[in-house]
Design a binder for this molecule. Structure first.
Ligand SMILES: C=C(O[C@@H]1C=C(C(=O)O)C=C[C@H]1O)C(=O)O
Length: 376
């Protein structure tokens, strides 16, 4: 049997040939790219790639190598596509993304909508982003807020998208797909839940606790010390506070912020009852125009993937290749298609960056229903 050193010398020789051939192949792909730039053609040719995979698979001697050569060719072709997207972008064949860069948001004159009633965390987030004196109104549901934006009744909506302990606010993700509204800002609000009731309420009197489902989830540890309390979810924590005031029933309490308790004339019975003391919620600011701040640094997109092994992996490779840092990925079922998913990805970047244009160009061709949700 040959010694390890001898085998490695042979491998080095073979690899030398592979590297030379790889470069030769990429040169030819570049020429193909030039033709595509001239003809404004599509980079990805699925049929050609399928044929290529079948062809190389038919040339090897066993099943193990068949799988291996196909994986290798998938990578090779993906690299040549990425080179061609770059050529397209450099030649201006991508054009501009359909978003207009602006210097700042007109916060002073804007009319802003939030979901819930006075005292809602959404209101606190809105005041944090737009300032105490901002012109605002509130609506009952997230959908109402999205509609108010689409109809032009408001310029901006402030909506929760993610909580640090309960995770995604899935309804808002789905609404971002359904409506032609775009994210232009975000703000993170620390969430401190309290148990609030009518002034003078004793904890022993309480039989029912009202709150938003997420807030009940975020205070599980405290509530599990009171297993006899019935937990009832309502649309918003501030709605829960309002209900306690209106019902005038001291067997009821609300899980809400100290601010909501104060707005609705309740007393804080127990302060800071959230399981996680760092609990915070990220809110997004949405508008009906395709605009982005010129100094924006985060992009949110969503897309569906073909229901095939490896398809998400291949799409995410665009981020790696273009050296973009992905900060979040979330999936939601695609309506009407059981077990198929839409992925929501946040990544660092600005729409003016070549790396971002490259990535978007690749994803637009290779993913299904790519939507840019905003750059902020
Ligand atoms: C090189 C081309 O572009 C892409 C890359 C391919 C490859 O690397 O073989 C094949 C088809 C295209 O998706 C081409 O169109 O031939």
């Amino acid at each position: 049997m040959a010694a390890l050193d001898d085998l490695r010398i042979r491998l080095d020789e073979i690899d030398g040939q592979i590297v030379r051939l790889y470069e030769e192949r990429m040169k030819v792909c570049e020429e193909v790219g030039e033709l595509k730039v001239k003809s404004w053609g599509r980079v990805l040719d699925r049929q050609r790639e399928r044929n290529k995979l079948n062809d190389v698979a038919s040339r090897v001697s066993n099943d193990f190598n068949r799988k291996g050569i196909q994986e290798l060719y998938e990578q090779l072709m993906s690299m040549s596509r990425k080179l061609q997207y770059q050529q397209m972008v450099e030649a201006g064949a991508l054009g501009r993304l359909p978003f207009i860069g602006i210097d700042s948001l007109e916060k002073d004159t804007a009319r802003v909508v939030y979901q819930g009633v006075e005292g809602a965390y959404g209101q606190a987030a809105m005041l944090k982003f737009f300032g105490e004196g901002c012109n605002n109104f509130h609506v009952r549901t997230f959908r109402d807020a999205m509609e108010a934006i689409e109809d032009g009744a408001a310029d901006y909506a402030v909506l929760p998208i993610e909580n640090s302990s309960a995770g995604a606010v899935t309804e808002v993700y789905d609404l971002l797909v359904e409506f032609e509204n775009y994210i232009v800002g975000e703000t993170i609000l620390p969430v401190r839940h309290t148990l609030a009731g009518l002034p003078g309420t004793d904890l022993n009197q309480i039989r029912r606790v009202y709150s938003k489902a997420e807030a009940l989830m975020q205070t599980t540890r405290f509530l599990s010390d009171h297993p006899d309390w019935e937990q009832i979810s309502v649309v918003n924590t501030a709605v829960a506070a309002k209900k306690i005031l209106e019902d005038k029933d001291s067997t009821q309490a609300a899980v809400c912020s100290a601010y909501a308790a104060q707005v609705h004339g309740l007393s804080v019975l127990v302060d800071e009852i959230n399981d996680d003391s760092n609990n915070s919620t990220r809110f997004i600011v949405v508008t009906n125009q395709k605009v982005f701040l010129k100094d924006a640094s985060k992009i949110s997109i969503c897309f569906e993937v073909p229901h095939q092994s490896g398809s998400l992996y291949r799409l995410l490779s665009h981020f790696i290749y273009n050296d973009l840092n992905m900060s979040r990925i979330e999936s939601r079922p695609v309506e009407g298609k059981s077990w198929e998913y839409r992925f929501f990805v946040d990544f660092d970047g600005n729409m003016g960056d070549a790396a971002v244009k490259n990535t978007i160009r690749g994803l637009r061709e290779e993913a299904i229903n790519l939507k840019i949700l905003g750059n902020y």
